[in-house]
Design a protein around this ligand. Structure first.
Ligand code: IPE
Ligand code: IPE
Ligand code: MG
Ligand code: MG
Ligand code: MG
Length: 282
């Protein structure tokens, strides 16, 4: 993933300062969970690796942009990300905003590479899936709800909707895009099960993030721990408490594994990633 992202962000483009900030934000850090989900779902349909590389890179570029903007003073106002100074601390706020913007457009440029899919209509579906997941009905919409609910009490259904949008949507798209990377489509019933898995682990991912924010250390997380409570963020931990949040996480884990039970050995990586998302320590 690192090599593929590196190739997507050549260091010698002008202006160098923008390219440097983009590379700083996207390379050398991050668990690459969304990329791995692309490959894991692509494995189900024996998708060609070169195609999955581009799809995975596009998803990680969007994710990297979302983190740069999430950390901005106007949003979560964070100074540490992936064990390094956040992009705006390192390069200034205006450059961080523009690096985020350019990472986003680069994502779509990579995904739109001519000939990436045998069928151009299928490639357009991939573009649409990624745009939909990152836009107003997905990540950006969820981030708006997050910011506008800060310091306020929201109920569990509203919290769940926010998590599904801000974090779940991109994770769900990663899985679906991997599955659409094959030469043949999965049958509808299988696709539905895979989508159920994707939705469930997408939500689980943010529940785990909330728990880690409360329990983890800044050193282990590579980002400032304990910030959600400090900023009065609506989280599963704030609403339900740690032990109930952990129960939800276990439930979601079980639900995700059940959804892909029938895929057998071909879902080995999807299972491993569901386990990782639940048990991760950072
Ligand atoms: C953090 O995502 C932001 C959320 C959406 C919860 P990750 O935990 O995947 O961050 P990296 O990519 O590993 O740094
Ligand atoms: C991030 O949620 C969601 C995004 C879409 C980036 P958080 O604000 O909880 O992510 P961290 O904890 O800063 O990584
Ligand atoms: Mg945030
Ligand atoms: Mg944040
Ligand atoms: Mg968080």
């Amino acid at each position: 993933v690192e090599a593929v992202l590196d190739a997507c962000l050549p260091p010698n483009l002008i202006p160098h300062s923008l390219q440097e900030a983009m590379r700083y934000a996207a390379l050398d850090g991050g668990k690459r969970v969304r990329a791995l989900l692309v490959y894991a779902a692509g494995h189900l349909v024996e998708a060609p690796i070169e195609r999955l590389d581009k799809i995975a890179a596009a998803v990680e570029l969007i994710h990297a942009y979302s983190l740069v903007h999430d950390d901005l003073p106007a949003m979560d106002d964070d100074v540490l990300r992936r064990g390094k100074a956040t992009t705006h601390i390192q390069y200034g706020e205006a450059n961080a905003i523009l690096a985020g913007d350019a990472l986003q457009t680069r994502a779509f440029e990579v995904l739109a590479t001519p000939g990436l899919c045998d069928d151009a209509a299928m490639q357009l579906i991939l573009v649409q899936l990624l745009a939909h997941a990152s836009g107003a009905s997905g990540m950006c919409g969820g981030q708006v709800i997050d910011l506008s609910s800060t310091g306020q009490m929201i109920d569990v259904p509203a919290l769940e909707m926010m998590h599904i949008m801000k974090t779940g949507a991109l994770i769900r798209a990663a899985v679906l895009m991997g599955a659409y990377g094959g030469t043949e489509m999965l049958p509808d019933a299988a696709l539905e099960k895979l989508d159920h898995y994707a939705k469930t682990i997408g939500l689980a991912f943010q529940v785990a993030d909330d728990i880690l924010d409360a329990e983890g250390s800044t050193h282990d997380l590579g980002k400032t721990a304990g910030k959600d409570a400090l900023q009065q963020k609506p989280t599963y931990v704030a609403l339900l408490g740690l032990s109930e949040a952990k129960k939800r996480l276990e439930m979601l884990h079980g639900e995700a594994l059940t959804a892909i039970e029938e895929f057998g050995v071909s879902a080995v990586y999807l299972r491993a990633l569901a386990d990782f998302i639940i048990k991760r320590q950072n």
